[in-house]
Design a protein around this ligand. Structure first.
Ligand SMILES: Cc1cc2nc3c(=O)[nH]c(=O)nc-3n(C[C@H](O)[C@H](O)[C@H](O)COP(=O)(O)OP(=O)(O)OC[C@H]3O[C@@H](n4cnc5c(N)ncnc54)[C@H](O)[C@@H]3O)c2cc1C
Length: 321
């Protein structure tokens, strides 16, 4: 089993981790980045990305992430393919153990393990991911201008996604398993006032139907959760809005989190509750959840790690501030 040590240890290879790596490497800190089970992060499961600045034409999510990784490696990041299974943040250097049995230690730690969108878990949903099925209206809504879409969910995020999509799509159908929404009343009122929104109550998506070649999604097979009756709803797109899970299980009991498990950071910084441990990207952001905001906080975390090392040195144990 190998041991790896670096001044800046980065967990996660999405836009936050890659950007942190680019900045740390260019500050001569020779970062090590552990990529995790999803090298490249969430953007590798989408197709067109049209809102990451710098590209006049849409780029493909997996391609964008390959470029970020190549850029980080080019300036001096060591990318390692492993997944962290345990971590000790009680003293510096922080020590993590990988699934491979390798040990990774860091004088500072940047956590960029992201969040995972919850999916319904049906095969056809996976088949059409990026081809009409999405978990992000802000990201993909634009591709459904003047088209008909459905949103699955009953909480605040489902209502927000449906309202957002109603401004773009010609028709939005919100599909919910029960006969009332969990979302706040004010959001519900706004939603129900929109002329191009309707709600399918007591309904669940049983299958996503479509074509192997474009256009992709063409309809949904819907099951009534009370009567079991099946019906078909013609749509061009399906947005799953049943929540996200931040990838923070490793840090439970060690770092402060909110009640949904997102890491707490000091406002305006990426500092967590332990000095020298920083958090960037979706793992600490349940509001914006965008590649560009993840990259932005990734940049902040590397600059803060660099400053921390300047003030606290590389391996001495530091008392909590
Ligand atoms: C379908 C879809 C389409 C999207 N489209 C867009 C878009 O068009 N534009 C846009 O701006 N945003 C889009 N987003 C949102 C965007 O992908 C995220 O906001 C962004 O990827 C968050 O970056 P991140 O670096 O914080 O985390 P993530 O991208 O979630 O990456 C997390 C990383 O952490 C790693 N990891 C997790 N656990 C461990 C562990 N234990 N050990 C080591 N590594 C670990 C994973 O392997 C992964 O590499 C989309 C999201 C989805 C789901």
């Amino acid at each position: 089993m190998a041991s790896h040590h670096s001044k800046v240890l980065i967990l996660g290879s999405g836009p936050a981790g890659c950007t942190a790596a680019i900045y740390a490497a260019r500050a001569n800190l020779s970062p090590i980045l552990v990529a995790g089970l999803q090298p490249g992060g969430q953007l590798t499961i989408t197709t067109d990305v049209e809102n990451f600045p710098g590209f006049a034409e849409a780029v493909q999510g997996p391609w964008l992430m390959e470029q970020m990784q190549a850029q980080a490696e080019h300036v001096g990041t060591q990318f390692l393919h492993d997944t962290i299974v345990s971590i000790d943040l009680s003293k510096r250097p922080f020590v993590a153990i990988g699934d491979s049995g390798d040990t990774y230690s860091g004088d500072t730690l940047i956590i960029a393990t992201g969040a995972s969108a919850r999916w319904l878990g049906i095969d056809s949903e996976q088949k059409f991911q990026g081809f009409g099925v999405s978990a992000c209206a802000t990201c993909d809504g634009f591709f459904f201008r003047k088209k008909e879409v459905a949103v699955v969910g009953g909480g605040n995020s489902a209502v927000e996604e449906a309202i957002y999509l109603a401004g773009i799509a010609s028709k939005v159908t919100l599909i919910h398993r029960r006969d009332s929404l969990r979302a706040e009343k004010i959001g519900q009122d706004r939603l129900f006032s929109l002329p191009n929104v309707s709600v399918l109550w007591d309904s669940a998506v049983e299958e996503v139907l479509g074509t192997d070649t474009p256009p992709g999604v063409t309809a949904l097979r819907i099951k009534n959760t009370k009567t079991g009756t099946l019906s078909e709803l013609p749509v061009d797109g399906l947005f799953i809005a049943i929540g996200h899970d931040p990838n923070t299980g490793l840090f439970k009991g060690q770092l402060e989190m909110d009640d949904e498990g997102y890491l707490n950071t000091k406002p305006g910084t990426t500092q967590t509750s332990i000095p020298g441990v920083f958090a960037a990207g979706d793992v600490q952001d349940k509001i914006f959840r965008q590649a560009v905001t993840a990259a932005g906080t990734g940049c902040m975390s590397a600059l803060e790690a660099e400053r921390f090392l300047t003030h606290h040195g590389q391996t001495a144990t530091v008392a909590a501030e």
